[in-house]
Design a binder for this molecule. Structure first.
Ligand SMILES: [Zn+2]
Length: 190
């Protein structure tokens, strides 16, 4: 009996390591997104982007890319707020924004478009607001996958992660940039 139990546990351990699974949190991930002053076509583009984000967040590829992200030769992110890659992965899935710190497994956001042709800013957000602003100069020509990457970048700021304002060499390894880019890449492929 004891031998059977050990054998069962061994088989279980082997099978769980051979088939990395996505935690249940990922499958329940949802959106609570308000649209500010949009047309139905711009709303549709963001809804498409959200559907892609859901597919990315529930994928094993996303889990693996976040868990194995490297910075300075270690599995880490730049400006990680002292969190490991695994902690960052679960923080994303938990969806506990600084403004809404309850783990509700949701992206709580408002999205508003603005137009600034002279700016190279794709989008921005403010610490004390649940809103993110996206520049139509880029939004209008972006694919849904690129919008997904930008949406996730801005939302990751809401989880308390930041990055250098200037385009430094290390900036792409920050949580908003890296997670946004992983999302864009996987959204393009999935
Ligand atoms: Zn940013």
């Amino acid at each position: 009996m004891k031998g059977n139990l050990i054998l069962f546990m061994l088989v279980f351990l082997l099978s769980s390591s051979a088939h990395p699974t996505v935690p249940k949190d990922a499958y329940g991930f949802d959106f609570n997104v308000g649209f500010i002053g949009m047309t139905s076509s711009t709303e549709d583009k963001i809804l498409d982007a959200m559907a892609l984000v859901k597919r990315v967040f529930t994928s094993v590829e996303f889990k693996n890319k976040v868990l194995n992200h490297r910075y300075l030769g270690r599995k880490a992110f730049q400006a990680s707020n002292g969190l490991t890659n695994t902690q960052i992965y679960h923080k994303i899935l938990a969806g506990a924004e600084r403004l809404y710190p309850i783990k509700n497994y949701k992206m709580d956001l408002e999205v508003e478009l603005y137009t600034d042709h002279k700016s190279n800013t794709v989008g921005f957000t403010r610490t004390l607001s649940k809103r993110i602003w996206m520049n139509t100069k880029f939004f209008n020509r972006f694919t849904a996958a690129k919008v997904a990457g930008n949406l996730v970048h801005e939302w990751v700021h809401k989880l308390g992660f930041s990055h250098d304002v200037k385009n430094t060499r290390r900036r792409k390894y920050s949580v908003p940039y890296a997670i946004g880019e992983i999302t864009r890449q996987l959204a393009t492929r999935l």
